[in-house]
Write a protein that binds this ligand. Structure first.
Ligand SMILES: [Zn+2]
Ligand SMILES: [Zn+2]
Length: 410
């Protein structure tokens, strides 16, 4: 399997990058200079050293230092530090982000479990964190990304297919296109189980499981015909969705939340909800500054803000509109958790497999936090997660009685 798309697509990216250079915001001397520092093309521009460029890029991607440098060295001259995608590839990436935002919250210290993204001119890789909740991750891929439902209740990405699965890696493709997204860190055993669960569920319902089906399923066809306007609208905001996914790492490096969730609104809004303890609440303005940073950020402007920081509020929102060449909106929510919840938050993150060092970074523990709540208020999240894990195990054991369903995943 090759992640590189058709040559024509590469051409589109170059011309897009070239046209960007004519707009004031997109004057990107640093990027141009990075790759032409020794040539005559940019003698008066400031030169960004490869090390500095890699440091900047990895703030947005979460890549390792050496990984970011290797990717930068491979970039065509003139491409931004984080290259833009295009066409079907861009659409698939935006749909993957939509899947991440719409699937229920995951309780990890990584944004939607994502450890790093590796954006390339014609493809991308998403590396998931190795936490303890393998079944939660494969449930997300199977139900949150792959399509389910039909004409009026389609979820996931219509036309998404499995190109390869094995060795804790999956390559996803969009039917009838060259678009590909590689997922790394998806445990193969857990994936085989959930694929069997979905195959059986589809069989029981007289439907076709989408994973390897060579054409659109009846449900997918019915949905895309009836809601073609929605698919078109999502294509209109695909550039923004793809750009956000390619910068998902910023939601970790620039904000000290202990829980992150998301949602989408209408067909054009990508929304991120970050929850902080009071001590760790990230400055909204500082986050926005990094999100819109000229070399690696995205051009968005604040249309409206509902900030209650000054009055001790617990839920602030920024409403952002993207600027050309992007279309669509971004919503950022900065929520604050109760002081007395800190112990519970730590328990939940530990249970879900987040490393101790990560937990300690985002949840400062102070002794003697006063709690005025009824006892039943706390501890529910952990119970909920334990129940969910139990039902996942039972569901998988049903379809794989001789398989690995007895293994001790919580
Ligand atoms: Zn605020
Ligand atoms: Zn309390």
């Amino acid at each position: 399997m090759c992640l590189t798309g058709p040559v024509a697509q590469r051409g589109e990216i170059r011309s897009a990058a070239a046209s960007n250079l004519s707009s004031p915001r997109e004057q990107l001397p640093l990027q141009a200079a990075l790759f032409t520092a020794s040539g005559p093309a940019a003698p008066k521009e400031p030169v960004m050293h490869l090390d500095d460029a890699a440091e900047l890029r990895r703030r947005y991607t979460g890549e390792s230092r050496s990984g970011a440098k290797a990717e930068l060295r491979r970039l065509p001259i003139g491409d931004p530090l984080i290259p833009r995608s295009s066409g079907d590839q861009e659409f698939l990436e935006a749909e993957v982000l939509r899947g991440l935002l719409e699937y229920p919250s995951t309780y990890t210290t990584r944004p939607f479990r994502v450890l790093r993204v590796i954006p390339q001119p014609t493809g991308m890789t998403i590396r998931f964190a190795a936490d303890a909740d393998a079944d939660g991750l494969t449930d997300f891929v199977a139900w949150g990304l792959f399509p389910a439902g039909g004409e009026d209740d389609m979820r996931g990405i219509p036309g998404l297919r499995l190109v390869y699965a094995g060795h804790n890696r999956m390559d996803l493709g969009l039917l009838g296109t060259h678009a590909r997204v590689r997922l790394e860190g998806v445990p193969s055993t857990s994936w085989r189980e959930i694929e069997a669960v979905r195959q059986r569920a589809a069989g029981d319902a007289g439907e076709t499981a989408p994973f390897r089906h060579p054409e659109l399923t009846l449900g997918e066809r019915a949905f895309t015909q009836r809601h073609s306007w929605l698919v078109e609208a999502r294509r209109g905001t695909a550039a923004l969705g793809s750009a956000l996914l390619r910068r998902l790492g910023l939601f970790r490096t620039a904000a000290d939340w202990h829980d992150m969730a998301g949602y989408t609104k209408y067909s054009d809004t990508f929304a991120f909800r970050m929850t902080f303890t009071k001590e760790m609440l990230t400055s909204h303005g500082e986050f926005l500054r990094q999100l819109t940073e000229p070399d690696c950020g995205i051009p968005v402007v604040q249309r409206m803000a509902a900030c209650s920081c000054a009055t001790g509020g617990t839920d602030c929102r920024l409403y952002l509109a993207s600027q050309p060449p992007y279309e669509g909106r971004v919503e950022l929510q900065f929520a604050t958790s109760w002081d007395c919840s800190a112990g519970e938050i730590v328990e939940v993150l530990r249970y879900a497999g987040s490393p101790e060092s990560e937990i300690a970074r985002y949840v400062p523990l102070r002794p003697g936090l006063a709690c005025r709540h009824d006892r039943e208020i706390h501890g529910r999240t952990l119970q909920f997660l334990q129940g969910l894990a139990g039902s996942r195990r039972a569901q998988r054991a049903e379809v794989a009685p001789t398989g690995s369903a007895g293994r001790g995943t919580r």
